[in-house]
Design a binder for this molecule. Structure first.
Ligand SMILES: *Cc1c(COP(=O)(O)O)cnc(C)c1O
Length: 415
């Protein structure tokens, strides 16, 4: 969906220059056809063999329009907060396709999700299970639950985004989990219907997913012997995407066939919770060059987007490909691309080879669709930027740039 025409970069049929002119910079841009393509790839990869529910992980990129696009394609959703539930209510998402994850579900989050009628909660502790039971009893309901187990798998990804190791706060020790299911079976207002795991993010090693699923299947068989009948497997998200040209993530098809191969004799519904692999490569951050300077041999290019707009490079040392939007020369300079924030860590790219940039030149930061805008902040009292959707030869705003008044409106008692 990205191409070059007359030395200009285009997303679908719209030039980045046109976007920047209309919405100013910085701004996030998403390609609709790319969102659809990524979703359909999962559907095709899995649904040839089995009816699989793809629950898009809302936290990866939660704009209402993006959620709506996935809803129209038949997606379910994986949520982690009351705010994300409210987003789904706004788009009239089917409650029977919603699962609720997260280690610290509040009483209000549990109560509201029960009222909306979600498919199940992914329970992360015995305490939480008892609390769900209590809240469900007050509503005279039975809450479907699935136990998130921690399978102790090393997904060989960044430690910050490894969630299935025994040292992490997520899930319940898989060795104790039979016990938890037995306890659940004795509670009146919860119904244990699922097994769940989510081992991490940006995973390239399919073997890790397969190992995790194997452990879930062992547990399933174990539960069966104990007369606990499970009907749903939720294997989480985590499939990696290409950030650099050298990255070789598994395809969705490869992922699906390894999973289905292990799963073929299991008579349960299968749920996956992809986030990054649906939106990551469909989104971009457009920024423009402000100033350049040479300090002790380092060539800095200062741009108008910073770590408050895209945190991943500062937080995880993550790499994002950066390209100049309009270029007529092949001569390259090695730039340190930095933002306006008063932090040394406000770096978007190191040693980036670009044609010489002058004030106003546009840069495109790739693969910013996942954990991009959603992680942005108001640090340095900078407004959150706009989001734009490109659909063939059309573009629409899907989120207005925040105003300074909006940033200040909740502050009080300062006089
Ligand atoms: C974040 C998260 C996901 C999505 O992970 P991706 O790596 O973006 O696919 C899925 N499930 C749970 C429980 C999560 O916390």
């Amino acid at each position: 969906m990205l191409r070059t025409k007359n030395n200009q970069l285009y997303i679908e049929d719209i030039s980045i220059e046109e976007i920047a002119k209309k919405y100013s910079t910085p701004c996030y841009v998403y390609s609709k056809s790319s969102l659809i393509k990524e979703f359909k790839e999962y559907q095709t990869a899995f649904n040839m063999k089995k009816d699989v529910l793809v629950c898009y992980s809302v936290k990866a990129s939660s704009n209402l329009k993006i959620l709506n696009i996935f809803k129209e394609l038949g997606a379910g959703f994986d949520i982690v907060s009351l705010g994300e539930l409210e987003r789904l209510k706004r788009i009239n998402a089917d409650p029977s396709k919603i699962v609720f994850s997260g280690v610290a579900k509040s009483d209000e989050e549990i109560a509201e999700s029960l009222k909306y009628g979600i498919l199940f909660f992914n329970v992360e502790s015995l305490d939480e299970m008892e609390n769900i039971n209590f809240i469900a009893s007050k509503q005279n309901k039975i809450a479907n639950i699935s136990i998130r187990v921690n399978p102790d798998i090393d997904p060989k990804t960044h430690p910050y985004i490894s969630t299935g190791l025994k040292t992490s706060k997520f899930g319940i020790d898989i060795n104790q989990s039979v016990n938890v299911y037995e306890k659940a079976a004795n509670l009146k207002n919860v119904n244990p219907i699922g097994i769940d795991a989510h081992i991490g993010s940006q995973i390239f090693d399919i073997g890790s997913f397969v190992d995790s699923l194997e452990r879930l299947i062992d547990l399933y068989n174990n539960l069966k012997e104990n007369n606990i009948k499970i009907t749903h497997f939720d294997i989480g998200g985590g499939l990696g995407i290409k950030y650099s040209d050298d990255d070789m993530p598994p395809t969705k098809k490869e992922f699906a066939s390894s999973i289905l191969n292990k799963f073929k004799d299991i008579d349960c519904s299968l749920i996956i919770e992809p986030g990054r692999s649906l939106v990551g490569n469909a989104g971009f951050l457009v920024t423009s060059a402000q100033y350049e300077k040479n300090n002790y041999g380092k060539h800095f290019l200062i741009v108008d987007a910073g770590m408050n707009d895209l945190l991943r490079p500062s937080l995880y040392n993550a790499y994002h490909k950066i390209e100049k939007v309009n270029s007529t020369t092949n001569e390259k300079i090695s730039y340190e691309i930095v933002g306006p924030i008063c932090e040394t860590g406000d770096v978007l790219g190191t040693n980036v080879q670009l044609p010489r940039c002058k004030k106003g030149d546009l840069l495109l930061i790739h693969s910013a669709g996942a954990y991009g805008q959603v992680m942005s902040s108001n640090y340095n009292t900078r407004p959150k930027v706009s989001e734009v959707l490109v659909d063939n030869n059309k573009h629409i705003s899907i989120r207005k740039r925040e105003t300074i008044n909006q940033m200040l409106e909740n502050e009080e008692n300062y006089e």
